[in-house]
Ligand binder design. Structure first.
Ligand SMILES: Nc1ncnc2c1ncn2[C@@H]1O[C@H](COP(=O)(O)OP(=O)(O)O)[C@@H](O)[C@H]1O
Ligand SMILES: [Mg+2]
Length: 416
């Protein structure tokens, strides 16, 4: 039998690690993205540069590399024409974890409606708006979220277009900012009650195939969990994450119950893969926030915290391979390396030697071909005797790595 093909829709840093995990198990990997030289393309067998929101281009790329019943379509980002994935799935193609999961999580409203209205998971109060006036009503109106609130485009990720609304005077600016930074052509935002949480976590949740290594998996064992990951966000974007994240057992159970319910629902009867399920914890309450039907950025800490990273787990779940209990380090952390501003070509990373000199520290540079302000260019990983120590080590390593324009030999000669 020839090795299975994984067609990655999205070729960022998470896709790159999925590609590496899949290559280690002998898969053929095709990396797709809207720009060339994307991180996952650098470690794949083939690549496609297409607009993944354009259905015919997406269909052509899929047909060129995978066949119905053979190989897997693995979405790595949200901005994909997911209706096309639904159509491909109907024709026998295998979408990870399912086309419905990709479709429901493409926009914040679909998944929020499912979680809150159908599955009755506790969430922040929320309302949608399609104009500045509607946004005003959805925050300050009788059935509104109240103040303070958080406003996000329904189509966005990594904090793009997200802002805090502290008073009614902030609403117009929040609308303009959301609309200017959203994807798609449908101006629509979600307003959420601001949750003053004690901490927030990602619960990596694995949905296994109904049959693993030839054996039927009982429903109770279909869903597996990684220990909760604590994380800190700025501008709606992840800055650092760590394990362990101490949490009362009853709260872990509550989060697991919710994660199991929603992932089983959207994966469908035979869907498999890893999910990042996000929760806010406040007092004795666990509040569902959102989920990704794929590895999560805060889960990059699993590259150092344990023997099977979230990428390994995703690939094993996709291929229907066994997942024995995970072995964990005592404590581990990750901290992002961001670009301070726009850089036209591939940057240089002075200071990386210093960062790598510390024991227990690793650095991953993603190889992105250019940068813009706050673009994530790498991540520092560290283990330590405690989560606090690991966070300190990872943050220090990340701060040592600078992201600067590359000085070509020619420019250096000119400068002399
Ligand atoms: N209702 C809220 N209350 C408090 N903080 C929030 C709320 N919604 C989002 N945030 C903060 O912003 C971050 C990003 O929001 P999220 O909904 O996860 O969007 P994204 O899809 O960009 O990750 C969250 O991890 C959290 O720190
Ligand atoms: Mg999030």
């Amino acid at each position: 039998m020839h090795p299975p093909t994984l067609l990655l829709l999205g070729s960022g840093e998470l896709g790159k690690e999925v590609a590496i995990s899949a290559k280690r198990l002998g898969c053929r990997v095709v990396a797709v993205d809207s720009y060339d030289h994307a991180p996952a393309m650098q470690v794949s067998d083939a690549r496609e540069v297409i607009d993944m929101l354009h259905a015919p281009s997406l269909r052509r790329a899929v047909r060129r590399h995978v066949m119905p019943g053979e190989g897997f379509i693995v979405p790595e980002i949200e901005a994909i024409r997911t209706e096309e994935l639904l159509a491909l799935e109907r024709r026998g193609y295998s979408v990870v974890p399912s086309a419905r999961a990709a479709n429901l999580t493409m926009n914040r409203d679909a998944i929020r409606d499912l979680a809150a209205s159908r599955l009755r998971l506790p969430t922040a109060r929320f309302a949608y708006a399609q104009s500045a006036a509607e946004l005003q009503a959805s925050i300050t109106g009788k059935k509104g979220t109240g103040l303070p609130a958080v406003v996000k485009p329904v189509m966005s990720s990594s904090g793009k277009g997200q802002s805090d609304v502290k008073c009614a005077g902030d609403i117009a600016a929040a609308w303009d900012y959301a609309v200017s930074s959203m994807r798609g052509d449908r101006p629509r935002v979600i307003a959420e009650e601001f949750i003053d949480f004690d901490y927030e976590i990602t619960l990596l949740t694995i949905r296994q195939r109904p049959i693993v290594a030839g054996k039927r998996v009982p429903e109770a064992r279909r869903t597996l969990f990684v220990r909760p990951i604590g994380h800190r966000q700025e501008r709606g974007d992840y800055q650092e994450s760590w394990m362990p994240c101490p949490m009362k057992p009853a709260l872990v159970r509550a989060a697991r119950r919710m994660a199991r319910t929603i992932t089983a629902e959207i994966a469908g009867p035979s869907g498999a893969g890893l999910f990042g399920v996000e929760f806010f914890v406040r007092g004795n309450g666990v509040i569902f926030s959102e989920l990704s039907p794929r590895p999560h950025d805060t889960g990059m800490v699993t590259m150092i915290s344990q023997d099977l990273s979230e990428f390994d787990l995703h690939v094993r779940a996709i291929l229907g391979l066994p997942i024995p209990p995970i072995r964990y380090e005592k404590a581990a952390a990750s901290a992002v390396i961001l670009s301070p501003g726009p850089i036209a070509g591939p940057p240089d990373f002075p200071g990386v030697e210093k960062a790598l000199a510390a024991p227990g520290v690793q650095v991953r540079l993603f190889g992105k071909p250019s940068a813009r302000k706050y673009r994530r260019m790498g991540v520092a990983l560290a283990v330590g005797p405690s989560a606090a120590a690991a966070r300190k080590a990872a943050t220090r390593a990340a701060s040592l790595v600078r992201v600067v324009p590359r000085v070509t030999p020619k420019a250096a000669r000119r400068a002399r």
